[in-house]
Write a protein that binds this ligand. Structure first.
Ligand code: NAP
Length: 264
């Protein structure tokens, strides 16, 4: 289902206070959508809302920890009260980390799953029914290339993104079978320059990985392009998707490539 005209549509973006989510929210507002902004840091959301309003757009600030089901339910209700419907849900809130599995704190591993995966699940459960009832809606899942191919010191993060990718793949089929009139786009970004990367993560990054870093604006352009074409999957930069084919056909070769590319 192609999406080209955003005028009059309402969107909710999680993780809108920074990086990719912030850029996506700005672009949605620029294209004419009303935008509900979700994240924990209210001050950052207010700054973004002011930017959107001063450009003539409409924004709603909804502070929320996406890992908390009751907060997600409350914020979804408030977004629906304010906008009537939500036509576009962008599940983007998330964080990463880098550690050998043995050193990774189990509480952080569990928390990461709650934020990256369960946050997505809670918002989708809360907002999909009104889309299906109207037979109109778009879900955008910001997964990761790490949701298709794992790499060293990313086990906990890759697990959250594989979970998100699996949910998206199954849900997309359910939507088609049930004729829900709702489209799902799963996005697999590579390495994008945002505050996602802590100094420690940047230090641990190989030169090869660092040099492949892209800007969030390019990713956002590609997401809007994919929605306009009715695509169901987007990997950005596109060349990375060659890895999926290599993984399927020659998994040991891909494994060696992953170890080579990520070696410091
Ligand atoms: N940057 C990359 O290279 C890259 C690559 C592939 C995938 N991704 C994915 O893209 C998404 C956005 O990442 P980014 O690069 O834009 O990172 P970022 O700049 O650090 O932004 C992360 C956003 O998620 C929000 N967030 C984190 N925990 C939250 C929670 N518990 N409740 C609500 N919001 C929460 C943060 O807001 P608050 O702190 O205000 O809550 C922030 O707005 C993530 O899902 C990430 O896994 C990023």
């Amino acid at each position: 289902m192609q999406l080209e005209n955003y005028n009059g549509l309402a969107a909710l973006v999680t993780g809108a206070s920074s990086g990719i989510g912030r850029e996506l929210a700005l672009r949605l507002a620029k294209e004419g959508a009303r935008v509900a902004l979700v994240a924990r840091r209210e001050a950052e959301l207010e700054t973004l809302a002011s930017e959107i309003r001063s450009a003539g757009g409409e924004a709603l600030v909804l502070p929320c920890d996406v890992a908390e089901a009751d907060q997600v339910a409350d914020v979804s209700r408030r977004a629906l009260e304010a906008f009537g419907d939500i036509d576009i849900l962008v599940n983007n809130a998330g964080y990463g980390g880098q550690s050998n599995f043995l050193d990774w704190d189990i509480e952080d591993m569990e928390r990461m799953m709650r934020v990256n995966y369960f946050g997505t699940l809670y918002f989708t459960k809360a907002l999909l029914p009104q889309m299906a009832a109207r037979k109109k809606g778009w879900l955008v899942f910001i997964s990761s290339v790490s949701g298709k191919i794992a790499s060293p010191e990313k086990s906990a993060y890759a697990a959250t993104k594989f979970a998100m990718t699996g949910l998206a793949e199954g849900l997309s089929l359910d939507l088609e079978v049930s004729g829900a009139g709702v489209h799902l786009l799963t996005v697999h970004p590579g390495v994008v320059r945002t505050p996602f990367f802590t100094d420690q993560m940047l230090e641990g990054m190989s030169e090869k990985t660092r040099s492949s870093m892209v800007e969030p604006e390019g990713l956002v352009d590609a997401i809007f392009g994919a929605l306009a074409q009715g695509k169901r999957e987007l990997t950005y930069p596109g060349g990375l998707s060659a890895g999926y084919i290599v993984k399927a056909l020659a998994p040991n070769f891909l494994r060696k490539q992953v170890l080579r590319v990520t070696k410091k």
